[in-house]
Design a protein around this ligand. Structure first.
Ligand code: NAD
Length: 498
């Protein structure tokens, strides 16, 4: 038996059972897998305990979503987007509460939490425009024969998401999937299980029928059960590259449509004609925003030629970033150790630490996990600090003489999420834009996240599967085309007026 929790109970910092959201209710005692304690990265305080869903539990969730699909899949599109309009309004009305939940479970600043929610809402806006976009076309292909197409939903679909954007990344998926007529099972990161429970309640308040949006908590076993389940038609994943590849392979082998976005190592290239102030502010914000835990974060800064004065400005600006004041926390102690390990290794390999964020603490929050902004210089391009995804507020500087060398470093890295250039020359920007091997290019922008309706997605080892995750590609991913060829001869038509 599952226990139903009262609406609005999800967000509170509590040591109680966190629960799942199924068939329009928040349920506890539903999972029968491992118990996972969830703590706040800000100060280590307990947020609750979740019990992971097993294959049997996933089976029950799929049954609930399948039942809901019978009605939802047959609901006209114009009616399907109505709850999304109301959901957007409710999210806006409750944004302070939602941002507080994101901050409590993820550790980012309130401003960052709010920005992530608002970015997610852009996808909701896009999804509400699907009645225009889904209109399709018709062509008379020969006399009396018309071809046209319709977009059908896939059925029950799933989303599996990472810890770093508890609101935004799931919102890349379900607004479009739900508007397309699918019913959705979300498996959030077990490190941030709370935000989407509150979103599910808001969806219910918005009039979304029960069972259309479900949240199943869990870990690797839960993900594998979702990927193996025959009742799930498609799965979108966002997380690290190693897991993205495994998820893509497993889900595809089980006959699903899969799109899996992975990790990143993003390069920012600075040339001597760059505007020093804009560049410094922008580079630092890219490297230290969300404490560097963004798949779009600047990780390597490549300076071309003499950029020493710009570099000095970057170091000065970065030195003003203070954990607990204008930078948030690191998700857990293992991540803090990993990040500090990269810094220590660079130091022992002879690097200069222009800024060293190891050992950072925040007064009164000794149980939290913090790393200060770090600027590493003097490693070569093969060093782990210059090649691996560190996923913390660490920027590694490489110096080269030509833009082609910078491009060669960027393009030989296996990832391909984002790459940016800072310049005041349109020609230089164009040269870079045409040659950089990444899905999202920034010109004087360090976090070049495309705004809707442009779609989000990287290249190379930053994504497995075809298409991007939002925008028109999201709509293509969450629906299937049916092509209809129809023949009606006009000869023999009755003329009723005669
Ligand atoms: P992660 O890969 O550890 O976890 C992501 C999800 O997969 C979670 O829900 C987790 O429960 C599940 N999972 C973990 N291990 C698994 C396994 N072995 N098999 C099946 N499922 C498993 O990622 P994370 O640490 O939560 O998030 C950070 C990573 O996500 C970074 O690498 C970051 O670059 C990436 N990311 C990428 C994008 C993008 O758009 N490309 C966006 C956000 C985050």
């Amino acid at each position: 038996m599952s226990t139903v929790m009262p609406a609005g109970s999800a967000p509170a910092a509590t040591s109680e059972s966190i629960g799942h959201y199924l068939g329009g209710d928040r349920v506890t005692n539903f999972g029968s897998g491992a118990s996972i304690d969830v703590t706040s990265p800000l100060d280590g305080s307990a947020l609750g305990t979740l019990v992971a869903a097993t294959a049997d539990d996933v089976d029950r969730a799929v049954a609930t979503a399948s039942e809901a699909f019978k009605l939802w899949g047959a609901t006209p599109l114009k009616d399907r987007v109505q709850p999304l309009f109301r959901f957007k309004q409710l999210v806006e009305e409750n944004i302070d509460e939602l941002a507080a939940i994101v901050t409590a479970e993820n550790g980012k600043t309130i401003a960052e939490s709010e920005a992530g929610i608002r970015k997610g809402l852009e996808v909701v806006e896009y999804a509400t425009s699907l009645p225009s976009l889904m209109r399709g076309g018709l062509l008379e292909v020969s006399r009396g024969v018309d071809c046209f197409e319709r977009r059908d939903p896939l059925g029950v679909v799933a989303g599996i998401t990472p810890f770093n954007f508890p609101a935004m990344v799931p919102m890349w998926m379900y607004p479009i999937a739900i508007a397309c007529g699918n019913t959705f099972i979300l498996k959030p990161s077990e490190q941030v299980p709370l935000t989407q429970l509150r979103m599910a309640e808001l969806f219910k308040d918005a009039g979304l029928p029960d069972g259309v949006f479900n949240v199943v908590q869990g870990d690797r076993g839960t993900v594998e059960a979702l990927l193996d389940h025959e009742g799930i038609a498609a799965a979108a994943f966002v997380g690290s590259t190693k897991v993205a590849k495994a998820v893509y392979d497993r889900g595809s082998n089980a006959g699903k449509r899969v799109l899996a976005l992975g990790g990143a190592k993003n390069h920012l290239v600075v040339v001597p004609d760059a505007d020093p102030d804009i560049t410094a502010r922008n580079v630092v914000s890219s490297a230290t925003g969300c404490a560097g835990q963004r798949c779009m974060a600047a990780s390597v800064l490549i300076t071309v030629g003499d950029c020493d004065s710009i570099l000095d400005k970057i170091a000065e600006t970065m030195d003003r970033i203070v954990p607990g004041e204008n930078m948030g926390a690191i998700i857990n102690s293992a991540a803090k150790e990993r990040i500090e390990g990269y810094i220590s290794r660079a130091e022992s390999d002879g690097a200069t630490l222009k800024l060293d964020g190891r050992g950072a603490t925040v007064a009164g929050k000794e149980g939290g996990h913090y790393v200060g902004a770090t600027l590493i210089e003097g490693v070569d391009r093969e060093h782990p600090a210059a090649c691996d995804e560190i996923f913390g507020p660490v920027l590694t500087v490489l110096r080269v003489d030509t833009l082609d060398e910078a491009l060669e470093i960027e393009n030989s890295n296996p990832y391909g999420n984002a790459a940016s250039i800072y310049t005041t020359s349109g020609a230089t920007a164009r040269y870079f834009e045409e040659r950089a091997s990444a899905g999202m290019i920034g010109i004087n922008i360090g976090v070049p996240v495309p705004r809707e309706p442009f779609s989000f997605g990287g290249w190379n080892d930053s994504k497995f599967g075809a298409g991007d995750i939002t925008g028109d590609d999201g709509f293509a991913f969450w629906s299937k085309r049916k092509k209809i060829t129809e023949k009606w001869s006009a000869s023999g038509a009755k003329n009723w007026m005669s």
